[in-house]
Design a protein around this ligand. Structure first.
Ligand code: PGA
Length: 253
């Protein structure tokens, strides 16, 4: 483990309505029962914007934090129909924010735009879950490390330290496909990311790298044996209480 905490971060994407709070409540009940085992677990659900305020109020005294999934890069109000900035996300009660997700990069989000978003999120005291990862085509061309380097260098430009950043390595070809990298391959890529971050950021105690892409209760056992992983970003399986709880149960066994 690179950090004593283990992060289980649900990314709900475009899923859920007000009644979906019951999923998170069930998970919270499990966490309460298994408290001693999970002292170092940190559970976060990144939900659609409309749910942030209600969920964070309801979960105020729980072991679960709420996050958002994207934001506009500007810190002020402005004429951007349909947009919401990190200040608004923070005031709604979120503590975390996913940025740089490949589903947004695919829509044209660039590394420098992500950098602007990260800086505005940090300004508003949000912890950023910064997603990086290569596509299948990039992997096929053997350019994974080059791509990750660029994503890290530009995405984290002018960021002083990693205190408010959790880096999520998510190979694009693994998201929603059921395919995950071989352990050997993942260990190599994670150590590349770790070395890269260590070179740019002096304070190593803040370094947190998590893995995302098709995490489920069957593959979590093998994934959690990898020393460089501080936790997991979980998409599909985070929309079911049972699947999410099974992941937590089977982790670090
Ligand atoms: P997945 O999604 O777990 O459904 O593959 C992960 C993500 O997109 O963060």
């Amino acid at each position: 483990m690179t950090n004593k905490y283990r992060y289980f971060i649900g990314n709900w994407k475009m899923f859920g309505d007000f009644s979906s709070l019951k999923i998170i409540n069930s998970i919270n009940n499990y966490i309460k029962i298994s408290k001693t085992k999970s002292k170092y677990n940190r559970v976060i659900f990144c939900v659609p914007n409309i749910l942030i305020n209600h969920f964070s109020n309801k979960l105020n005294k729980s072991n679960i934090s709420i996050g958002a999934q994207n934001c506009h890069q500007l810190n002020d109000y402005g004429p951007y129909t349909g947009s919401i900035n990190s200040k608004m996300i923070k005031s709604a009660g979120a503590k975390f924010l996913i940025l740089g997700h490949s589903e947004n990069r695919r829509e044209g989000e660039t590394d420098s735009l992500i950098n602007k978003k990260i800086r505005s999120a940090i300004k508003n005291d949000l912890t950023v879950i910064f997603c990086i990862g290569e596509t299948l085509k990039q992997k096929g061309k053997n350019t994974t490390n080059k791509i990750l380097s660029k994503q890290i260098e530009t995405g984290l430009k002018k960021i002083k330290n990693l205190q408010k950043i959790i880096v999520a390595y998510e190979p694009v070809w693994s998201i929603g496909t059921g395919i995950i990298p071989r352990n050997k391959e993942l260990i190599k890529t994670l150590s590349f990311i770790r070395n890269k971050l260590n070179k740019s950021f002096k304070n190593k105690s803040f370094l947190r790298i998590i893995y995302g892409g098709s995490v489920n209760s069957k593959n979590i056992g093998a994934l959690s044996t990898i020393p460089d992983i501080s936790g997991f970003l979980i998409g599909g399986a985070s929309t079911s209480a049972k699947k999410f709880i099974d992941i937590m149960k089977n982790c670090y066994m």
